[in-house]
Design a protein around this ligand. Sequence first.
Ligand SMILES: O=C(O)CCC(=O)C(=O)O
Ligand SMILES: [Fe+2]
Length: 201
Amino acid sequence: MELFNHLNQENLLPFSGEVNYFPNFFNKAQCELYFKKLTREIDWRQEPIWLFGKQIMQPRLTALYGNPDIPYGYSGIEMNANPWTDFLLDIKETIEQIAQIDFTHVLLNNYRHGKDSMGWHRDNEKVLGTNPTIASVSFGTPRKFQFRLYKDKTLKKEIILENGSLLLMKGETQHHWEHQLPKSNLVKGGRINLTFRKIYP
Ligand SMILES: O=C(O)CCC(=O)C(=O)O
Ligand SMILES: [Fe+2]
């Protein structure tokens, strides 16, 4: 029996997946620097998605960076990755040490205020492999992040993703649990999230 994983972190999920939370993974100075750079230097766009047969604009800004020549389809849109920048590589290398995986891409989300959000979904696309490790880094205003069991949507777990935190989703998480970043009337400030992924072309 495995009592602890290698990081000695507790699992946020009760079963059928593994989620570890690391608050203050980045220090205050790094948080300020990265939030500024992410705001100014990323090629942010508001992209349309297809939802129930209708094309609507996503309620957030997005961008994709990563290794060249690996196209990445996401929610019905094919995004071409921008090449890595120096500071994105710095962040990637820092989290690769703890995630113990070489990531090929990062999907960036810019939630400009509390009305920006991301709805319930699983990151279970074929190109991510069977049990993807996804590393989610947050900068800026804290936001609520929720999980619910795919087969019993009344079973929920939630956590506040704080400035400078890292959330690792691993194992069978993407098979059995959906996640979302709900809208909030209370949140005024902006938040930028990076989800590092490994794509198997
Ligand atoms: O903003 C977040 O914390 C979640 C982002 C997410 O779930 C995704 O990019 O797939
Ligand atoms: Fe996701």
